[in-house]
Write a protein that binds this ligand. Structure first.
Ligand SMILES: Cc1cc2nc3c(=O)[nH]c(=O)nc-3n(C[C@H](O)[C@H](O)[C@H](O)COP(=O)(O)O)c2cc1C
Length: 372
């Protein structure tokens, strides 16, 4: 699309084709002559010199969870962190969200579990993990030795499940916070996902809040009509921060077309294809709540990080892109600091919320967000 747009705009400039008013064009640069007049008449202050290493990068997510920088790795895409020790300096990350952790071990879904899609992938891993006790035993000591905070991603099939996992994590070595994956079926309510119902999302958040003083992040699902009441319900129930988004529900068809491809039929879509949806959810949620929002969805380069900050996120997680390049998140930390320094920002916070309206917009339930 970018290439197509460049080609169209290029042809327009050369006078080859009529300008298409639907094609967004970059802001025009001021003419050189005009700039010369300005410098002659106005004393222009040179931008303050900021060095990348002096840019303030820390992020406070509440309840004592202060990330050293705003670039984290997303749950399910960086294992438990230890797997990447040889390739990545984990202590340079802003935070690690580990694989989804449940009360009992889970073997996961039937295969095939993963397939590529245009601009992304579908996965149906099914929360394969050794269970919370094994996770603490195996990784807690290593995590405790890291400067980077490890946030344990927690999943369950009932409010009781979530509470039981969090009780075990409370006080465990190396656990800096909890991220609730509420995109799970609530067995007690006919399999209705916690994340798509404001009262169920609030109920599980409040129940976990009652049993832990650990910083509590709750992860939003994009598979809803309007995120705002759900975001508000979770914030009111005591979450310290929101993370958004989890994957979008999708399917793929098997070769021969006799059945769906994934063993589980349904999978979660992730990667660059989901970024516009993630941007919308973060844009809407950040106008609905005052707790911090950590964005996730299709980050592959610095421009994606800047976009998410502009719509109100205070930090960003990198997920699917790690499979192609595990060194990307650390590189993004450096690139973000360099970008801030080059623009004279002493803190990356100057980039947060710049694309938000001054007054909160109308709720998307009215359909105003899509006018063909
Ligand atoms: C293979 C895979 C496994 C995942 N496992 C989890 C998980 O256990 N818990 C969770 O909350 N999200 C999980 N996710 C979702 C990601 O954390 C992230 O929200 C999503 O992939 C969107 O970000 P991305 O486009 O950068 O990948 C998983 C994603 C992938 C691709």
């Amino acid at each position: 699309m970018k290439a197509k747009r460049t080609a169209i705009v290029g042809a327009q400039r050369r006078g080859g084709i009529k300008r298409d008013p639907d094609v967004a064009r970059p802001a025009a640069k001021p003419a050189k002559a005009k700039r010369a007049v300005l410098t002659a008449t106005v004393a222009v202050e040179p931008p303050p010199q900021v060095r990348p290493e002096d840019v303030e990068m820390a992020v406070d997510l509440g309840r004592g969870l202060v990330l050293p920088n705003p670039i984290l790795v997303a749950s399910g895409t960086f294992g438990y962190g230890v797997e990447y020790g040889d390739v990545v300096d984990v202590d340079r990350l802003g935070g690690i969200c580990c694989k989804g952790t449940t009360l009992k071990p889970r073997i996961g879904n039937p295969t095939p579990r993963v397939t590529e899609t245009p601009g992304g992938m579908l996965n149906s891993i099914g929360l394969q993990n050794p269970g919370v006790d094994a996770v603490i035993d195996k990784y807690g000591k290593t995590w405790a030795g890291w400067a980077t905070p490890v946030i344990v991603n927690v999943a369950g099939e009932s409010v009781g499940d979530y509470v039981a996992v969090v009780r075990r994590l409370e006080g465990a070595a190396g656990v800096a916070g909890i991220e609730l994956n509420i995109s799970c079926p609530n067995v007690g309510r006919g399999g209705l996902q916690f994340a798509i119902d404001a009262s169920a999302a609030a109920e599980v958040t409040a129940a976990v809040r009652r049993v832990t003083d650990l910083p509590l992040l709750v992860k939003l699902s994009p598979n809803v009509a309007d995120i705002r009441p759900i975001a508000r319900a979770i914030a009111d129930a005591g979450a310290d921060a929101l993370t958004a988004i989890n994957t979008l529900s999708g399917i793929a068809v098997a070769p021969g077309r006799a059945k769906p491809l994934l063993g589980n039929i349904y999978g979660g879509l992730s990667g660059p294809a989901v970024k516009p949806v993630a941007l919308r959810i973060v844009y809407e949620a950040s106008q609905a709540v005052s707790i911090p929002i950590v964005a996730i969805g299709g980050v592959t380069e610095l421009a994606d990080v800047l976009d998410f900050l502009a719509v109100g996120a205070v930090a960003v997680q990198v997920g699917t892109a790690i499979f192609a390049d595990p060194t990307l998140p650390v590189r993004l930390v450096d690139e973000l600091a360099e970008h801030c320094a080059a623009h004279g920002h002493t803190s990356f916070r100057a980039l947060v919320g710049t694309a938000l309206p001054r007054k909160a917009g109308p709720p998307s339930a009215k359909g105003v967000e899509y006018r063909p």
